[in-house]
Unconditional design. Structure first.
Length: 270
């Protein structure tokens, strides 16, 4: 060894450092090969955590997950699975907590006590049509609705504006919705406060808290969209107008004594 150091002219510390560096490079190359093998075996479905677990199960020495992550990044490997959705902040959206005042109590003893509102979408030959609707839970009547080609705030704001324009008595009114960003916008909430309306929101990810309006959307899709042949957005939009009028004025409900929502309201309030 001393003769070798004299011939090469290397210091002893430099020589051993180079040997260790070469050994580390060999170990890294071997680990990269094992990572590539596991990655290919599972057709890219495994991320660095599952690959680390697989390697630790096959070798005696533990492998640090950060090392595997670093090497996978160097090799350009990543799990071919859907990326997690990142929430984005929308200007004007309030973070204030709105309680679930309605608590799935969809019964009302008079008009304009409880409204439910929501947005649904329809696919027409690859194009989207969005519908914002507001329902009076007293008789299931659609008191206001708007449509748009994009889920813009103006559609939801105009729906509430049109609904509130129908009545002057809103002091005891509750307007319930899900936690969509439209309903958290400051102009929307300011309109409710200005009219003395109490806002209520479903719990996050719980569609049953807004089941009444969801049921209407399901009925609309079953009785109109799935029965009509695919057509243009303009034709479908006109069809929605016709169906909402039919739903309010002609389609009877057994729970309303065989009357339509508007017929029931007019008879009771008369």
């Amino acid at each position: 060894m001393a003769d070798l150091l004299q011939v090469t002219g290397l210091a002893r510390s430099t020589f051993y450092y180079q040997c260790q560096a070469s050994q580390r490079a060999d170990q890294q190359n071997a680990l990269e090969a094992r990572i590539r093998t596991v990655y290919d075996e599972h057709k890219g479905r495994y991320g660095y955590r599952r690959i680390t677990a697989t390697l630790c199960n096959s070798v005696a020495e533990p492998i640090n997950h950060k090392c595997v992550q670093r090497l996978m990044r160097k090799m350009g490997l990543r799990a071919l699975i859907r990326a997690k959705k990142r929430s984005r902040h929308i200007p004007g959206v309030s973070d204030a907590h709105v309680p679930n005042v309605l608590q799935r109590d969809f019964r009302a003893t008079a008009p304009n006590q409880k409204w439910a509102t929501d947005v649904t979408e329809f696919n027409v030959n690859g194009h989207k049509l969005y519908l914002s609707a507001c329902m009076d839970l007293y008789n299931g009547e659609i008191v206001a609705y708007k449509m748009a080609r994009r889920p813009v705030f103006e559609m939801v704001y105009s729906t509430l504006e049109a609904a509130l324009a129908r009545t002057v008595r809103t002091a005891e009114l509750i307007v319930h919705s899900d936690q969509g960003w439209h309903y958290k916008m400051q102009p929307y909430r300011s309109m409710l406060v200005k009219r003395g309306v109490q806002q209520s929101m479903s719990r996050k990810g719980n569609c049953f808290d807004n089941a009444a309006i969801e049921s209407f959307f399901g009925t609309l899709k079953a009785e109109y969209f799935r029965l009509a042949a695919p057509n243009s957005l303009e034709t479908r939009e006109a069809g929605v107008h016709d169906y909402v009028h039919y739903y309010n004025h002609e389609r009877i409900k057994l729970r309303l004594n065989g009357l339509s929502p508007v017929g029931y309201r007019l008879r009771i309030t008369a």
